[in-house]
Design a binder for this molecule. Sequence first.
Ligand code: FAD
Ligand code: FES
Length: 289
Amino acid sequence: MERARFEVTDREGLAPDVFRMTVRAPLIPPNAAAGQFIIVRVDTQGERIPLTLMDYSREEGTVEMAFQVVGTTTMKLSRCEVGDCLADVVGPLGRPTEVMRFGKVACVGGGVGIAALYPIARAMVDAGNEVRVLLGGRDREHLILTDRMEALDADLRVATDDGSFGVRGFVTELVLEAINEWGPDRVVAVGPVPMMRAVSMLTKEHGVPTVVSLNAIMLDGTGMCGTCRCEVAGETKFSCVDGPEFDGHQVDFEVLVSRLKAYLDEEAVSRDRFAGLAEGYRPACGEGG
Ligand SMILES: Cc1cc2nc3c(=O)[nH]c(=O)nc-3n(C[C@H](O)[C@H](O)[C@H](O)COP(=O)(O)OP(=O)(O)OC[C@H]3O[C@@H](n4cnc5c(N)ncnc54)[C@H](O)[C@@H]3O)c2cc1C
Ligand code: FES
């Protein structure tokens, strides 16, 4: 049987070391929903990495993702050009975001997590919620997808560390302002772990239900290997099938952080090895197709 060809159809840089990519994967969009993810293998020798579905098109049969270059696989992915093919794209995986008419929903995003937040914010708007999108970043250069967020029927507010875009400060200050002045019925936070933890602590104090999307290390993404286990409300959960979204007030962020550091030595070795081969790397179009 001929294997699918996961062809890269579009690609652009969004910020330093952050890229957006569109890939042909026609079986995924008909079943996809906000909050779900895909698992990508760039070449047949490579590892599988989870990336959130930033968008998808049923008409074009494509999926869209945004990724930050942090190690070997994301470095390989960043080298793929339009016309190259990825070895595998599997999905949609994970439970979709719970979307209903909550009332007022604050969607909080930081870093590359803004890409994962985008379909969630859009779905919350479509469900009839009053949505406030609160984004945080180091500076204007590192903020992504503000144009797409602006196009939503939502109130967009931005905070940057240096004040180069929006107000100067942390996104948690925007969350506190929203709690005090606006009274959200629900908060959804996606971004770096320290940000999700800080938002969850703040909203817990004020009794606002909060959902976070965990970026636990994953392998198969289907609940079989246990790599993605995390602690929620004192119970072990598998992020890939029980999540990736969980009640932020119940997540043990210490466990998450320590498990994210479990393979630092191996990742460094892999990066060093790949650095020697990176020049001229291509995923060998057709290898997976
Ligand atoms: C459900 C989910 C959705 C995600 N969505 C996005 C996204 O939309 N955009 C994005 O840039 N990143 C996303 N991530 C994180 C992304 O998967 C990792 O950055 C990527 O796997 C790193 O691989 P690497 O080889 O480049 O780096 P490595 O050098 O292997 O790792 C760098 C760091 O990334 C983390 N990591 C490594 N391997 C994995 C893995 N298999 N699964 C999860 N984390 C890992 C670890 O903290 C590690 O220290 C998501 C993670 C999860 C679990
Ligand atoms: S990634 Fe294997 S169980 Fe979740």
